[in-house]
Write a protein that binds this ligand. Sequence first.
Ligand code: F6R
Length: 596
Amino acid sequence: MCGITAYVGDDMAVPRVLASLKKLEYRGYDSSGIAFFENEKLNVVKSVGTIDRLEERICPREKQSHIAIGHTRWATHGKANEANAHPHLSQNKSVCVIHNGIIENYLSFKSKLTNINFYSQTDTEVFANMLDVCLNQDFSTQNVLKNLNELTKQIKGSYAFAILLSSCKNKIYFAKQKSPLILGIGKNFSMLCSDESALCEKTEKVIYLQDGDYGFIDKSQAQIFHSGKETKRKQFAFNFSANCVSKCGCEFFMEKEIKEGTQSVLATLENLQSINTRRLEREMKNSKKIFVVGCGTALHAGEVFKSVLEKECGLDVILDYASEFRYKKPNIGKDSLCIFISQSGETADTLASASFAKKKGAKCLAITNVQTSRITKICPYVLKTQAGVEVAVASTKAFMAQLAALYYLVLLFAKIYNKKITFSLKNILNLCKNGNNDENFEQIAKIAQLIKDEKSLFFVGRGLDYFMAKEGALKLKEVSYIHCEAFAGGELKHGSLSLIDENTFVVCLLTQKELINKMHANIIEMQSRGAKVILISPFCELKDKVFMFVEIRQAKSSLMPFVVSRPLQELAFLCAKEKGLNPDMPRNLAKSVTVE
Ligand code: F6R
């Protein structure tokens, strides 16, 4: 979490860094800050809130600097206020640091700095002062690199640092461990960024820094060191696609990304068909146990997979939250296939779980949307989803792409075990080619208006619909701040039915033909207690029996998650919009959860 960016070069650095921060805002947006030189003086400007608010605080004169570092924050140590916002200066203002990560042992460093009056509660301010003390007034490049190497070796935790020195107007130092940091090189400039998509469009080459790397950039070069020695890292051509980080005419990224859902399914399946999966298939065949691990929406995709694989192929799947997985001491070993699902490929708990499983000898497969992410370095097998950059914090099109990759795995398992299953690749492709299921937009907009002021909502479903109900509830609560809870239809009478009265709205999903009667009975139970049922279903025979009905297309039962995703995502989006909230940046959250 948190985004960092730095620019040194011929262009004016402050606008470059501000533009880059806007693209990194999804990583955290409770406060932000920037450091640059004004004449000979190192200057820091900070603001609580969005990058726009930071920009308003910077006067045109200050935009002239040719070197700047910037940070957008998701608070870990201390409140989201100006004092805790980055950059952080050492006490005598010689060292200025931005940081993404957590220094777990910062209190032990802090206890050694008895002469420092700290103005913030952050671990980063401690690091800035530690470095300053270690440099001992010697700001030569050689001494900075030596101390950066020695000091970072003592850090427990994760960091991507960019560092300015008040005595040096042409270099930005950096160090990286377990937090992402990418180096961009162009004609007469260099950049550092948490994420490739925030590099400026003039970037020509990209270097993916490795854990333990440190060094500096200036306008004409980057020098990278590792364990005291200069090292060369492979340079990759930079492909800038303006569209991938543009709203393409929509007001919000979430709106645009929901619309891209079916396209991301098609692109993912097209890509998977073009890759050779023979080695992976061998591992799948040799695995006696299948584990699925992820967080939030990614794990909901995993739940759908578990249900479909168990039903279609009769194979058992053990599923867990990444934050719980390794603490349960799961019985995994060489005979296990562990599937890690992560849009970003940077989620700390998922990465830790993957490393844990790998150490145990399991075959690790990552399903991720980011080819260069850290999970791809841990897992020997990677299935890349093709959702394109997902900017909005709430995952929508990436969830669809995860479903696509997971259904593809079901097809591979079916082939390996010679199982006749209820769907084919062609069925999924046709389903997604034949429209985007946006025909109910008006009805969903009416529902959003109706429920926007509710304090609490229920989502209910059975079978596959239960997992999609969980996903629908997560999406709606995440962006609209309405408390939403999902229940399996049959579970209601074991306690939760007592919550239902004549003021309760319940969103029911019913897409599984064989469950019509059972689910209808649950609907009647809820309605008898006064519930206002909003039913999302292809089965129109129930249309007149509920408070509101959203008709969706009918497809094979096992493929209905592809159909029902869109109305659930739209409902969440429209509800947030109705409430005047920014669905792209829900409060307290960030896109990449890089802390455990
Ligand atoms: C919800 C959402 C989150 C993520 C979760 C995992 O809309 O986006 O629940 O799914 O934080 O993130 P990744 O997939 O990047 O590991």
